[in-house]
Design a protein around this ligand. Structure first.
Ligand SMILES: Nc1nc2c(ncn2[C@@H]2O[C@H](COP(=O)(O)OP(=O)(O)OP(=O)(O)O)[C@@H](O)[C@H]2O)c(=O)[nH]1
Length: 297
């Protein structure tokens, strides 16, 4: 037992009386469960420090309030209660509470044709705040997909047409010759495509009871049509080539497709999305953004 009283610096008065918008801890290791899946997460937990005279907040009280999140499945209601606990333990000091949880969701995805499947990770952040008594829940989800440039595809087709003119200028058009030509030397050019990423920042409807991560990812991937694959045999790769050919996309096209898909979702009340095409034509990226009902909280 320590005979001396432990100094409590946080309880002292601040020399510069000034409120602060956010004070807390970032990068706290936290095991969580989402829909029964155990995940490794990092949490950023904070409150406002409204009392400008107070030297500091009580970090340990926020840290300890996170304990419940490792014991129960993560839901908006559980997080709301955690934020209320943040504020309850900072009575007179704080009126706003914040929590950000960053994790990688793991989903098993089937191959396009063969009876195979494999795992994909989706970086996900759950961003919540209890500000002026109003509870906001947002999700950030990254979805990777392939985009084939429609302009490049048209230019490649034109070169193939030119090759056809050159190769068949003085020849009768025989079915077997054309078939062979199409499967070989005729296709002289291919369009460029790139691995692309859709960064979805979604504000959830306040009535939502669970985090609809998998449904939102499925809707985004369906809208794009070219989600990156896991287990791939040649039959799957051929189906992927067809999917790319049927879904030629500029970044603007991808952003518009996602906009329409998210607007259809009952779970979504607002969004700000960003698509990034890591161009193979350029050393820089092609980027488009789209917002709906979006106001910075
Ligand atoms: N406020 C604040 N605390 C910090 C910081 N860095 C480390 N800490 C430490 O976080 C620890 C926990 O703070 P408190 O929650 O106030 O700890 P406590 O006084 O034992 O707990 P309570 O009795 O509940 O107030 C303290 O030892 C602080 O020194 C900082 O930048 N700000």
């Amino acid at each position: 037992m320590n005979a001396l009283t432990l100094p409590d610096i946080a309880a002292q008065s601040s020399r510069q009386a000034l409120p602060l918008e956010w004070v807390g801890m970032c990068g706290i290791a936290l095991p969580i469960s989402i829909d029964g899946q155990r995940l490794s997460a990092k949490a950023d937990a904070g409150v406002s420090l409204d009392d400008g005279e107070a030297r500091g907040i009580h970090m340990s009280r926020l840290y300890l309030a996170l304990e419940r999140l490792e014991q129960e499945d993560l839901t908006p209601e559980l997080i709301r209660e955690t934020l209320q606990q943040f504020l309850g333990s900072h009575d007179g000091l704080s009126s706003n509470a914040y929590l950000r949880i960053h994790t990688d969701l793991l989903l098993k995805r089937p191959a396009l044709v063969s009876p195979l499947a494999g795992w994909k990770t989706y970086p996900v952040s759950v961003l919540v705040e209890l500000k002026n008594g109003v509870f906001h829940v947002e999700l950030k989800i990254d979805v990777a997909y392939s985009s084939t440039c429609p302009c490049s595809a048209a230019l490649a087709r034109q070169l193939i047409q030119q090759q056809f003119i050159d190769d068949f200028a003085d020849k009768p058009l025989e079915h077997s010759d054309i078939l062979g030509w199409l499967g070989g030397q005729g296709v002289v050019a291919t369009p460029h495509s790139q691995r692309s990423i859709a960064q979805l920042h979604i504000r959830l409807d306040e009535k939502i009871g669970r985090f609809p991560l998998e449904p939102l990812i499925n809707e985004a991937e369906a809208a794009l049509g070219t989600a990156v694959q896991t287990a791939v045999k040649r039959a799957d790769e051929q189906a992927f080539a067809l999917a790319n050919g049927q879904n030629l996309m500029f970044c603007e096209d991808a952003a518009r497709r996602l906009n329409l898909a998210l607007k259809r979702s009952d779970a979504v009340s607002a969004f700000h999305l960003r698509v990034v095409h890591a161009e193979s034509l350029h050393a820089h990226d092609a980027v488009a953004e789209s917002r709906w009902n979006w106001r910075q909280a």
